[in-house]
Design a protein around this ligand. Sequence first.
Ligand SMILES: [Zn+2]
Length: 107
Amino acid sequence: MSRTLYDCFKAKVCTDQILCEACHELEMEMLQEYSDSLIEQIQGKFLAEDIHDLAIGFHSLEVIRYDSRVIASIYSWALSDPNIQKELAERYFQHLKEKLHGEKSTD
Ligand SMILES: [Zn+2]
């Protein structure tokens, strides 16, 4: 089996900012394939205005405590779990309610 990008990360040969040549090539291949897959999934489920809203959310995303791999896993889990989606929807509607009435969120 060939060495993967994550083997390099584990061995601390490469980091999020600096990739060796082999990892850079692999990253570029995977980036195109996975980006196409993401766009295909999003376009199948959302309208253009929704996608614009998602883009704004990603633009505003602040990754504070975890690396991007952990954040991606968290969102993947949240998107695939109906209970988490329900909890997020309830929090979102509470946020809208508080915003409408000029109240501060207690979170
Ligand atoms: Zn590498």
